[in-house]
Write a protein that binds this ligand. Structure first.
Ligand SMILES: CC(=O)SCCNC(=O)CCNC(=O)[C@H](O)C(C)(C)COP(=O)(O)OP(=O)(O)OC[C@H]1O[C@@H](n2cnc3c(N)ncnc32)[C@H](O)[C@@H]1OP(=O)(O)O
Ligand SMILES: O=C([O-])CC(=O)C(=O)O
Length: 375
């Protein structure tokens, strides 16, 4: 029997990992020992994928080889293709994409092979396929074709091209690329933990990722970025209306999405980057409304509750300024987090033990069976 229970497994070490680390007191995040303050805005998402999945920042040659592999995998198979029209009409994008991601395994060349080598190949393919899936989903629900991939553009640039229908500005692609790096991994967050639990039964990588998608979707986790945008756009009037909105929400006992964190006791270092991006995009687009609303909300929430914004808070105004539809914000998170999830599945399979925590029983005891007619 366990010594004590921890609600929500807070502070419980559930895995050892060499992929990422967080110092919650200092507000620091590391990918394989590299401080996000150092690599954020400096490495591309493709380099980040190499770092997380393969363990090192790539040499030029390694990066070229990975980019080629990713390019070659940027398509979806006939099973997923056939499913697309069935999932675009009902439900949310995350529900549809969870189903579509699961279907990718049917056409994967390594289907049925759960060796580490096959895991690695599937991991690269999943990273390449996720932005294509989101873009194809968006095009399908709008009844149009997604533009062709441009081999000159990065994953980030191509995604903006496919969603927006035109080549993004260089700066927009750079900013989005940096966003993908910032969201790529975060130790034992709920979706990564889900993926590891599934992988630890020696299940396959697509099953683990499908579960992770389900966990990411919730508003207490990745779904918060969409909720933040809905909050910001629901506030009518000028920036002063933010004060009253926050007061009313807190008085009603509701949580403000995009604030608070299980691990960070100070500012989330990713929020520091995203705030700057939000400000820059406000200047570039000439629309400062959501940046200013966000700044005010941050101040008012801190004064009232001492809570800091998390990664999802400024991601909302950034994605909005980049022209991404609000209900694709969480799918965008999944595009990035695919790199971390897959790295964790590989790590779990490399040194596996079934994950099976204990529970503390709180139900009745000494019950006795009685005939159904007498209950
Ligand atoms: C990528 C990510 O997943 S980042 C997180 C995204 N999620 C959100 O932004 C949703 C809003 N935030 C939250 O719900 C929480 O802060 C979480 C889920 C992120 C962390 O939760 P936990 O560590 O379990 O903290 P918990 O929910 O128990 O909150 C502790 C206290 O702070 C309060 N609190 C925490 N976050 C918030 C918030 N966003 N707004 C208002 N109050 C909050 C709680 O009401 C609670 O108060 P109480 O002790 O008086 O009851
Ligand atoms: O770590 C967490 O609990 C949530 C989070 O910030 C993330 O997954 O990026």
């Amino acid at each position: 029997m366990a010594d004590k229970s921890s609600r929500g497994l807070a502070d419980i070490v559930a895995a050892t990992t060499s992929i990422s680390d967080i110092d919650g007191e200092e507000g620091r995040l590391f990918y394989r020992g590299y401080d996000i303050q150092d690599i954020g805005g400096r490495i591309s998402f493709e380099e980040c994928v190499h770092l997380l999945q393969r363990g090192t920042l790539p040499t030029r040659q390694e990066l070229d080889a990975l980019t080629e592999e990713l390019m070659a995998a940027q398509h979806i198979g006939p099973t997923t293709e056939a499913l697309l029209p069935h999932v675009t009409s009902g439900g949310t994008p995350m529900e549809a994409l969870r189903t579509l991601v699961s279907s990718l395994s049917a056409d994967d060349p390594d289907v049925g092979d759960s060796s580490i080598e096959a895991d690695r190949r599937k991991a690269t393919r999943l990273v390449a396929q996720m932005p294509i899936l989101v873009a194809r989903y968006e095009a399908a629900r709008q009844g149009r074709q997604a533009p062709q991939i441009d081999p000159e553009l990065s994953i980030a640039g191509n995604f903006l091209l496919q969603i927006g229908g035109e080549r993004p500005s260089e700066r927009a692609a750079e900013i989005f690329d940096a966003c993908l790096v910032l969201h790529a991994d975060h130790t034992m967050n709920a979706s990564t933990f889900t993926a590891r639990v599934i992988a630890a039964t020696l299940s396959d990588i697509h099953s683990a990722i499908t579960g992770a998608m389900g966990a990411l979707r919730g508003p207490l986790h990745g779904g918060a970025n969409e909720a933040v945008m809905n909050t910001l756009s629901s506030i009518e009037g000028d920036v002063d209306a933010v004060d009253e909105f926050v007061r009313a929400e807190l008085e009603a006992g509701r949580k403000l999405m995009g604030f608070g964190h299980r691990v960070y006791k100070t500012e989330d270092p990713r929020a520091t980057f995203l705030r700057k991006m939000s400000e820059e995009l406000a200047e570039l687009t000439g629309n400062r409304r959501y940046y200013e609303f966000s700044r005010r909300m941050e101040q008012v929430v801190f004064d009232a509750k001492g809570l800091y914004p998390n990664v999802d808070f400024y991601a909302a105004s950034v994605y909005h300024a980049l022209g991404i539809p609000t209900d694709l914000f969480t799918p965008v998170f999944a595009i990035s987090r695919m790199s971390g999830w897959t790295a964790h599945v590989i790590e779990q399979h490399e040194d596996n033990r079934l994950i099976r925590p204990a529970s503390e029983y709180t139900g009745p005891t000494d019950q006795r069976w009685v005939e159904i007619s007498e209950r």
